[in-house]
Design a protein around this ligand. Structure first.
Ligand code: ADP
Ligand code: MG
Ligand code: ZN
Length: 455
């Protein structure tokens, strides 16, 4: 560095995420109450266990454990052979027991990874620290100076997925959230709807000088932010605030912050001094979980089958039939269109089908029907529309060539432009041929013919 130049320190963010997912099991985590609390009359889905009444004994929901194992496997984690529940003690009316049943020492799944994309499209491996099983709390509503409590949500199965602090920007966070959501949906373990609170995100953020390899000795936890947009804004704000504090030589401290939507700033919710000591200890009323090899094999198979439903995988498969990436992605997202396409693929009578053309055709159709039972009928209609459109097309290339030559002769100006190197002008000529044919030409074919004639 030249003398006299001031040294500019560069900082980079270090971000770790905690995601809570509410499972879509029929019953709650440790009792048989209905777990679907949405829109229900408050406190109608409760029992002595989920109300934490003295002497009530919990038992474990097998489906929830299997779902948690699947989540772990889909995130490339190892499943602990032995796992157990612990009491996370705290006093707050949203959990009547005085503790949350959770896992700390031996969670169900540990040590996985997932790849996420940054703004430049570069893939980064994010390490997954663990996926553990726990339970949701009741819901407090504050209104007119009073607080209301609904225990219908209390003890609904919740899985927490914790990453290592491997994120460096909000684009990666967004990609991670999107990918997790897809995984939960294709595994069919959760609706993973952020607005409904099925999936909740917490971000831990610190900032360090570029080049430093150790973790900063503080982290700021952003909590209770229930929309993805606000979370991204809060993270951006926090990165800027922390860099500024570092530059001013201020000391940053461990704390929990929330997001003020109106002022667009983060604010302190809890400092380290007020942090809880949860005094985790093993839950004496629940047995230790032992994962048999048979169970893990079964779950691995289930995950592999479910992965076939991953929209990204489905789109890749569709594109391999020749259709465009946009068409593949669009069909993969639409269950009815996908079912129609698959249905036609099964038919032997259309073996000589132009799949590329048909895929693009289906992708661009308006199909608003959502009833999967109607697929056979819809398929027949789409197929006959496609075939009648195709048979109406001019298939004789001599005929098309003649039309193309006409258009070329009538547009010497455009031909000059084309020959000067601005080859995109060919699309205008394609338009000319389409017009002459009364819309009965295949634009792709016409373009190829024009390019050949123009040399
Ligand atoms: P807690 O229950 O206290 O929130 P967890 O272990 O559940 O602790 O989560 C800690 C989260 O904080 C993890 O996602 C981890 O990657 C992240 N983290 C740890 N150290 C840092 C740091 N210096 N900067 C940013 N994130 C961090
Ligand atoms: Mg945590
Ligand atoms: Zn109950």
């Amino acid at each position: 560095m030249a003398s006299g130049e001031t040294k500019v320190m560069k900082y980079e963010p270090v971000i770790g995420l905690e995601v809570h997912i509410e499972l879509n099991t029929k019953t709650k985590m440790f009792c048989r109450c209905n777990a679907d609390y949405f829109g229900k009359e408050p406190n109608t889905s409760t029992c002595p266990v989920c109300l934490g009444l003295p002497g009530a004994l919990p038992f474990i929901n097998q489906q929830a454990i299997e779902d948690c194992i699947k989540i772990g496997l889909a995130l490339n984690c190892s499943i602990n052979e032995k796992s157990y529940f612990e009491r996370k003690n705290y006093f707050y009316p949203d959990l009547a027991k005085g503790f949350q049943t959770s896992q700390l020492v031996l969670p169900i799944a540990i040590g996985g990874w997932i790849e996420v994309e940054d703004a430049q499209g570069k893939l980064t491996k994010i390490r997954i620290n663990r996926a553990h099983q726990e339970e949701d709390t009741g819901k407090l509503t504050h209104r007119d100076g009073q607080t209301f409590i609904d225990y219908n949500r209390s003890s609904v199965p919740l899985v927490e997925v914790v990453t290592e602090p491997d994120f460096t920007d909000t684009f990666q966070i967004k990609d991670y959230a999107k990918k997790l959501q897809q995984i939960f949906r294709y595994l069919d373990v959760s609706n993973a709807d952020m607005e409904r609170g099925d999936m909740r995100l917490e971000a831990n953020i610190s900032v360090r000088p570029v080049g430093q390899t150790t973790l900063p000795n503080y982290r700021v936890e952003l909590k209770n932010i229930n929309s993805f947009r606000f979370m991204a804004q809060a993270v951006e704000y926090e990165i800027a605030r922390q860099i500024e504090a570092h530059e001013k030589g201020e000391k940053l401290v461990q704390e929990t912050r929330g997001w003020n939507e109106d002022k667009r700033v983060t604010y302190v919710q809890r400092s380290k001094e007020e942090a809880h000591d949860y005094r985790y200890f093993p839950e004496p009323d629940l047995p230790i979980l032992k994962m048999s090899a048979t169970l893990i094999n079964e779950m691995t198979k289930a995950v592999d089958t479910a992965k076939e439903k991953d929209p990204v995988k489905v789109a890749e498969k569709l594109v391999s039939t020749g259709m465009s990436l946009a068409s593949g992605a669009s069909i993969a997202r639409n269950p009815i269109k996908l079912a129609i396409f698959n249905e036609v693929q099964k038919e032997k009578s259309v073996l000589d089908m132009d799949w590329k053309d048909f895929g693009n055709f289906i992708a661009n159709r308006e199909i608003n029907e959502e009833n999967i039972n109607l697929v056979p009928e819809l398929t027949k209609k789409q197929l006959s529309d496609f075939q009648s459109r195709k048979s109406g097309l001019i298939s004789n290339s001599k005929e098309l060539e003649a039309l193309a030559q006409e258009v070329i002769d009538e547009n010497p100006g455009m031909v000059d432009i084309y020959k000067s190197g601005k080859t995109t002008v060919v699309m205008a000529l394609v338009g000319g041929v389409m017009g002459k044919s009364g819309g009965k030409a295949d634009p792709g074919k016409v373009k190829a013919i024009l390019e050949r004639l123009l040399g």
